[in-house]
Ligand binder design. Structure first.
Ligand code: FPP
Length: 256
């Protein structure tokens, strides 16, 4: 009898080293569509389906927080039709995906300048947050109208205000003070991603979580976001597991 000894991707994963927080810059929707002679919004539609696939895959692997860059503070510069389509996606997404999220014990959170989104988009995301609030598994954290420089600027203003009113001494400001004023504060110990993934071959951070990725592993893959699969995601987690995180120190076995 011939046994198949080839391990599946899932079997190759180290269950004791699953990243707690995975952040993804979902790039390449437009190029995916262009390659197929389709309008850019067709890429975003397929990209939305990929969000569903990767959310379930990440949750099944035991990821605790999945932060997805869905719309940046700079994306308003795109043509109105494209912006309008992107703004309609949360309504489409949550209208049929919330039951699956609940079944998988996934709660939805939103990070960004939500008040500036169209009212229908705000309602869609706020309803999803409310409907999934009792889920205790993975947090699916959408960065929507998010920009890291704006986030840091807001934090600096709030801290300056506390100093001005005498509630905080300038000499007391430290890393934790900054953490507490960032939009990821609600994630507590999990605020900083263990790994940041960007699809589509671009190797940039594009104003995403600039403070929080200080010690994140960075993984860039050529695959366009709409082509992402659960298997590719598992492969990237295996790549992460091959990295040696030192946080500025030395490997434990190289300290002598
Ligand atoms: C970047 O690709 C992608 C975006 C700006 C939008 C990402 C949005 C989704 C994947 C869907 C989000 C789903 C929900 C539920 C909110 P690009 O358009 O810049 O691609 P390109 O660089 O190839 O042009």
């Amino acid at each position: 009898m011939v046994f198949n000894t080839k391990k599946t991707q899932i079997e190759r994963l180290d269950p004791d080293n699953i990243p707690n927080h995975v952040a993804i810059i979902m790039d390449g929707n437009g190029r995916w569509a262009k390659r197929r002679h389709l309008p850019r919004i067709a890429g975003h539609k397929k990209g939305m389906d990929t969000v569903k696939t990767i959310t379930i895959a990440a949750s099944k692997l035991g990821v605790k927080v999945l932060t997805l860059y869905a719309f940046s503070t700079e994306n308003w510069k795109r043509p109105t039709d494209e912006v309008n389509y992107l703004m309609s996606l949360p309504t489409t997404f949550f209208s049929n995906f919330v039951p699956d999220l609940i079944k998988n014990n996934v709660s939805v959170k939103v990070m960004g300048y939500v008040d500036q989104l169209p009212p229908a988009t705000q309602k869609a995301v706020r309803d999803a947050v409310e409907q999934t609030k009792d889920c205790t598994g993975m947090v699916l954290n959408f960065a929507l109208n998010y920009g890291s420089r704006a986030e840091i600027t807001t934090a600096v203003k709030e801290i300056a205000q506390e100093v001005a009113t005498g509630n905080l001494a300038a000499t007391e400001i430290n890393d934790q003070t900054i953490d507490q004023h960032l939009m990821t504060n609600f994630l507590g110990d999990l605020a900083d991603p263990d790994v940041l993934i960007r699809s589509s071959g671009e190797e940039r951070i594009s104003n995403f979580l600039l403070w929080q990725i200080a010690y994140s592993e960075l993984i860039f893959t050529d695959t366009y976001w709409p082509d992402f699969t659960a298997e590719l995601f598992a492969n990237l987690i295996i790549e992460y597991q091959g990295r040696h995180r030192r946080f500025g120190g030395l490997d434990p076995d190289k300290k002598e």
